[in-house]
Write a protein that binds this ligand. Structure first.
Ligand code: IMP
Ligand code: MG
Length: 178
């Protein structure tokens, strides 16, 4: 699998540092609040697991599965594949995403959760690809910005593969043809 990687964009150590910083900030900002961290499956998986352990608060976790991607481009049509199993009514929600690209996913989910009565809805994303934006949206917590390249690893996939890489990297062109 690692043979398919052209370059490492964000190393394991860098990811660790980023998540420590995010966890500290979130702990400070949500002190005394009724926090629910909602991960967007499947991409959030490693990020969510590491992030919640850096947040020193009594919080709830839940998951939503959505899909909008086919291959390397967003279809823009966001569908809920798996819903929450608790109410967000009156609660402070933090959505955990692997990457914000066009903005379609988090814009849709944010609207949905506010419609369901969440007191607040904010976004934490490991990666931000601002050049890919088709909708105006500004995640409150950003791990790091990346250029407009397709990346894999640490939860991010290409056709469901490479999610288990411990870092974020760019694929060799040949890997797309496999
Ligand atoms: P958006 O709705 O266009 O903002 O896309 C968000 C979702 O698209 C993310 O949760 C990812 O699942 C996927 N995505 C966007 N960019 C990439 C990428 O570079 N690699 C892998 N998945 C991506
Ligand atoms: Mg995702």
């Amino acid at each position: 699998m690692k043979n398919d990687i052209l370059k490492v964009l964000i190393s394991e150590d860098e990811i660790k540092e980023i998540i420590k910083r995010l966890g500290k900030q979130i702990t400070k900002d949500y002190m005394g609040k009724d926090l629910v961290v909602i991960g967007l499956l499947k991409g959030c998986n490693p990020f969510m697991a590491d992030l919640i352990r850096q947040i020193d608060l009594k919080l709830d976790v839940d998951y939503l599965a959505v899909s909008s991607y086919a291959g390397t481009s967003s279809t823009g049509d966001v569908k809920i594949r798996l819903d929450l199993n608790q109410s967000v009514l009156g609660r402070d929600v933090l959505i955990a995403e692997d990457i914000v690209d066009t903005g379609a996913t988090i814009t849709t989910i944010k609207k949905l959760l506010l419609h369901r009565g969440a007191k607040s809805v904010k976004i934490v994303t490991l990666l931000d690809k601002p050049a890919g934006r088709l909708m105006e949206c500004y995640p409150e917590y950003i791990g790091t910005e990346i250029p407009n390249e397709f990346v894999v690893g640490y939860g991010l996939d290409f056709n469901e593969k490479y999610r288990n890489l411990p870092y974020v990297g760019v694929l060799k062109p040949a890997a797309y043809e496999k």
